[in-house]
Ligand binder design. Structure first.
Ligand code: ADP
Length: 588
């Protein structure tokens, strides 16, 4: 660009100079010629003012006139030619010169003489054989006398022309050099801001949004640069705002617990990580097609339905597997103008919510049932008591049954309250280091009468000073529920062995019995609320169905756990792990 601009400028200047030179040359030549002619005319006019003097001695006149002119700086040849064409006098002939003698030739045929004869004045330029030089001749006809002719050597004119030519050439060279320098400076002045603008534009298009063109001055390019920079400022602000909004949108999308995706013509326009997770395909990305598995195909069907309907639809997708998942899908066509041919889908995993809903309704049904059973029994026996006279023994039996059912209700309500308290508590702030051995001993002592009644032997083997951070009452409740079950579901002359020891930073408490055991298919659900292996037996012996659930929740509250191993007819082992209290090292 810069070089082209410079070449153009220089070419224009050179062409201009050449044109001026070509025009000036003939003009100067013409002017010079005019000047020579004027000098010759002036001289001839002076010379012909006294024709008488010329006639007296033409040769001497020619010599004297020529010498006089030479003294005034003019190299002029003067000739006097008779009417017959013979040369009467000539300043170039003084007797000493060599060459052709003009006196020997007739000059009547000379063009300037011919013209003077016709017009009074004649001019011609030619090479003179007699002088050996080119002359510009001017002749004046003096009728009745002769022709007076003056001639100037044209070489002088050529000299002047050559000098002018040389001067013009030198001017042209200097002019070209000057034009080059000026063109260079000028093109730099013009191209520098353009280059600055180009460089800034290239940087901006390459992602450097902060790049600007530094062009000073109040000329058009300065204005252009300022307008460009303003445009870049606006573009930068707009792009930054778009980036900020895009980041916000990404943040919102990624932070969502629901899967969000937009689909157009079967391909993904956008999706968040949760959508990848729910659609079981971590490789899904913007632009990839949807439909890689059954779930994606089902979703695609819903998306197409929403598009066909032209409005939002909601549906549920069941994903078989363990555990089975339930997904709620909301699909709606994107309303983004003509180009908005995509469809938005929001997928929510409602498996846990549905499970909780089911648990809650099961719980309500269970509680109702558990409450109704003793209440029905109580109402029945009250009706019986009211319905007629009963002997003392029968009445006492009825009162005993009423007492048992009321006690069962009391237990049930107590257990439900405990369970709800534990469930609501995230941690037990009142926990203190509790001695496991002492807690077990005290529980066993409380349950010993019950064990003796059932002819079950209770044994305890515990490491000393095992301390766990716990509420003493809760710890005893946990042990009581397990040992009580071990007695309740034991056989006659059975045994319950309780052991406690420290293992890998945990207190490990095992309650083993030689009881009826639990069939393996029940083990998974054993710790659920109101779950019983044998409902009638549990009720018969006063069970609420909440004991193991309370143990599980308590162990969890103190960052421990409970597990069971059991063999039907052989017995069961319940194991509780609880973290040891800080600095509770094994006793030496
Ligand atoms: P319940 O009040 O019915 O004992 P639990 O939650 O304590 O309720 O126990 C749930 C069920 O687990 C019991 O009904 C019983 O069928 C079974 N079970 C609990 N402990 C034992 C055990 N040591 N041996 C055999 N079965 C047991």
């Amino acid at each position: 660009m810069k070089r082209r601009l410079m070449l153009f400028n220089v070419s224009v200047v050179v062409a201009g100079l050449a044109a001026a030179f070509l025009l000036a040359l003939p003009l100067v030549r013409g002017l010079m010629y005019e000047e020579f002619t004027r000098r010759l005319d002036t001289s001839l006019a002076l010379m012909t003012s006294s024709p008488q003097t010329i006639r007296e001695n033409p040769q001497s006149f020619a010599l004297l006139e020529s010498q006089a002119l030479q003294q005034s700086g003019q190299q002029m040849r003067v000739s006097i030619i008779g009417l017959d064409g013979n040369v009467l006098g000539d300043s170039t002939v003084d007797g000493s010169e060599e060459g052709e003698n003009p006196f020997n030739s007739n000059h009547l045929d000379r063009p300037e003489i011919q013209q003077a004869l016709k017009d009074g004045h004649g001019y011609h330029s030619r090479y003179s054989q007699s002088v050996g030089e080119t002359f510009l001749y001017a002749a004046t006809y003096i009728p009745g006398y002769f022709f007076v002719r003056a001639a100037l050597p044209i070489t002088e004119l050529e000299d002047v022309m050559n000098r002018i030519l040389l001067f013009l050439l030198a001017s042209m060279v200097l002019g070209t050099a000057a034009a080059c320098l000026i063109a260079m400076a000028n093109s730099r002045r013009i191209t520098r801001p353009l280059m600055a603008l180009t460089s800034a534009a290239v940087k901006i298009s390459g992602g450097d949004l902060g790049s600007r063109a530094t062009v000073n001055g109040k000329h058009e390019l300065g204005e252009l640069a300022r307008a460009f920079n303003q445009m870049a400022d606006t573009t930068q602000k707009t792009i930054e705002e778009l980036h900020r909004k895009h980041r916000q949108l990404q943040g919102v999308l990624q932070g969502m617990d629901d899967g969000v995706l937009a689909v157009s013509k079967g391909s993904l326009l956008l999706l968040n990580d949760r959508a990848r997770e729910l659609l079981e395909d971590p490789t899904l990305t913007e632009g990839s097609p949807l439909g890689g598995n059954l779930l994606q195909n089902r979703l695609l069907d819903l998306i197409r339905s929403a598009k066909r309907q032209g409005g939002p639809i909601r549906d549920t997708i069941l994903c078989p597997g363990t555990p089975e998942r339930i997904l709620n899908v909301y699909a709606a066509p994107l309303n983004a103008g003509k180009s908005g041919e995509g469809t938005l889908a929001v997928i929510s995993d409602v498996t846990e919510m549905r499970r909780l809903q089911q648990l809650r309704s099961e719980f309500v049904a269970n509680v109702t049932h558990e409450l109704k059973t003793p209440l029905t029994s109580i109402r029945g026996f009250i009706e019986l008591l009211k319905s007629g006279d009963r002997d003392e023994e029968t009445r006492r039996y009825f009162y005993d049954v009423l007492d048992i059912e009321a006690e069962r209700l009391h237990h049930l309500i107590d257990d439900m309250l405990v369970l709800s308290q534990i469930e609501n508590a995230k941690e037990d702030v009142s926990a203190v280091p509790c001695n496991v051995e002492q807690s077990l001993q005290s529980t066993i002592e409380q349950l010993r009468p019950m064990a003796e009644k059932s002819r079950v032997t209770l044994e305890l083997s515990s490491e000393h000073d095992i301390l766990v951070p716990c509420s003493p009452t809760r710890l005893q409740q946990m042990f009581r529920n397990l040992i009580e079950n071990a007695i309740k579901y034991n056989k006659q002359n059975g045994r319950v062995t309780v052991t406690a020891l420290r293992q890998r930073g945990m207190a490990v408490i095992r309650v083993a019995d030689t009881g009826i055991g639990i069939p393996p298919e029940h083990l998974d659900r054993l710790f659920e609320r109101f779950y019983r292996v044998d409902t009638s037996r549990s009720r018969e012996i006063g069970g609420t169905g909440l004991g193991l659930s309370i143990v599980k929740h308590l162990a969890g509250l103190y960052n421990g756990d409970v597990s069971v191993e059991s063999t039907p007819d052989i017995g069961s082992v319940f194991t509780v792990h609880l973290p040891l209290a800080a600095n509770n090292k094994p006793a030496s």
